[in-house]
Design a binder for this molecule. Structure first.
Ligand SMILES: Nc1nc2c(ncn2[C@@H]2O[C@H](COP(=O)(O)OP(=O)(O)OP(=O)(O)O)[C@@H](O)[C@H]2O)c(=O)[nH]1
Ligand SMILES: [Mg+2]
Length: 405
């Protein structure tokens, strides 16, 4: 019993800092399995799938179809800044003080509308189609100025692109980024403002200006470090479930995933790598076949790619060529980004037999693994970390702030 506990503790310690889900993996293993695993492969990850399929109790999981309704990645928004308050025209009046002079106060300025990045917001679904800023108050007597309209903040997800017509006016890709979408109108002037030597009793006052009015197009480009690209059914979502805390739907039919999902892989020292899973791509996607390429904008900003190949299909190397071709069609140079090729479903015998042929045809190494059984996942995790570290180094070298999740 004591020795079993020791092995259990040791296996967990090896995982600790590399993977967050390690304790849950340990929890579902029988002691006999653990002993066997610890002796033959210290870093192997067994039967992850069972551990991953436990949903947190009490939390309703939305189906992919419902999620599609909730996930909005573009929005047309009409923004109108608050109008300024009007200036006041009045004169000081006091007993025995006949000519008190003008004392009409200025109107308050209208409130601006500001788009602000919020880490908690993951889609544009909470953004309304129009916003009206708060108006400033009118000026009062006794030189009282009206109160200015409060600023209206609209929370948007990180990676929101703001366009006006065809022109990109803002790229909100960092935490805390803000963009003034509409300026509030200036407040009007009270008659006190027009007091001059040649006019001691002005009655003129001006109305407040209307706020700025603009039609903006918001476009969300999901931000993640790594983007998973692959044909439908290649096992992208299964892989994301296995390495992160994300729960994309997994099924044996193509196009199960309809929205991008981002999962976070936790490493030692609180380092986090965000991995995005997007719907499957097929040959001819750039001609709008399958689900088309519109969702590719969600991996456009990924710093590196994971090409997921289904090893059970004949000639799996053609999948890599097709994926690279489609990426290139979407945006020039996209296929040149750092990437790693993942040969999935290695647990199946026919897949294992195709592996040497794939390696030879590709001319580069592919990480053979099984998202279902967890075999060889650690190699992917270590490679992911290497790619992430290289990205941070490159960004710092160029004086840019690396993407932090
Ligand atoms: N045997 C085996 N089956 C796998 C493995 N990975 C995924 N599968 C199965 O392959 C099917 C498709 O998996 P998904 O993860 O939904 O594939 P996907 O690439 O996300 O598919 P789309 O969302 O349609 O693009 C499911 O039935 C999975 O159980 C694996 O490593 N081994
Ligand atoms: Mg999927």
């Amino acid at each position: 019993m004591v020795s079993t506990r020791l092995v259990l503790a040791r296996t967990c310690t090896v995982f600790e800092g590399v993977l967050k889900w390690a304790p849950s993996t340990c929890a579902v293993l029988r002691p006999s399995q653990l002993l066997l695993q610890a002796s033959c492969r210290l870093l192997s990850v067994g039967i992850i799938d069972h551990a991953k399929h436990r949903e947190p109790s009490g939390k309703k999981v939305l189906s992919e179809k419902k999620l599609k309704r909730h996930f909005v990645d573009h929005r047309r928004v009409l923004v109108r800044g608050g109008s300024g308050g009007s200036g006041m025209s009045c004169f000081h009046s006091e007993p025995r003080k006949e000519f008190g002079g003008p004392d009409g106060g200025d109107g308050g300025n209208g409130g601006h509308i500001i788009l602000r990045v919020d880490q908690q917001v993951k889609s544009l679904s909470s953004v309304l189609s129009q916003y009206q800023g708060f108006s400033g108050e009118d000026g009062g007597s006794k030189n009282c100025s009206g109160r200015g309209g409060a600023t209206l903040y609209v929370q948007v997800p990180m990676g929101t692109l703001v366009k006006e017509g065809d022109k990109i006016v803002a790229d909100l890709s960092n935490l805390g980024d803000e963009y003034v979408a509409a300026l509030g109108g200036a407040g009007g002037k009270g008659n006190r403002f027009f007091l001059a030597n040649d006019n001691r009793a002005p009655v003129t006052c001006t109305p407040g200006q209307p706020g700025q009015e603009r039609v903006l197009y918001l476009e969300l480009k999901t931000m993640a470090h790594a983007g998973m690209v692959g044909f439908p059914n290649a096992g992208k979502s299964s892989l994301l479930r296995a390495i992160s805390n994300a729960k994309p739907a997994v099924a044996s039919y193509p196009f199960t995933t309809l929205n991008p999902h981002v999962g976070i892989v936790h490493y030692e020292g609180h380092q986090q790598v965000a991995v995005a899973d997007i719907p499957g791509i097929i040959r001819g996607a750039h001609q709008n076949k399958g689900l088309g390429l519109s969702f590719l904008r969600h991996i456009e900003r990924c710093r590196f790619f994971l090409f997921v190949v289904d090893l059970t299909l004949p000639e799996p190397w053609t999948q890599v060529d097709d994926l690279k071709y489609e990426l290139e069609k979407f945006e020039e140079g996209l296929s040149e980004r750092p990437h790693v090729i993942i040969a999935n479903k290695i647990d199946l015998p026919q897949a294992r037999a195709r592996l040497p042929q794939l390696q030879a045809r590709l001319g580069q190494e592919a990480i053979a693994l099984s998202a279902l059984t967890g075999e060889n996942l650690e190699q992917l995790l270590l490679h992911l970390k290497e790619l992430h570290d290289a990205h941070i180094e490159a960004e710092l070298e160029q004086g840019r702030q690396p993407l932090r999740w």
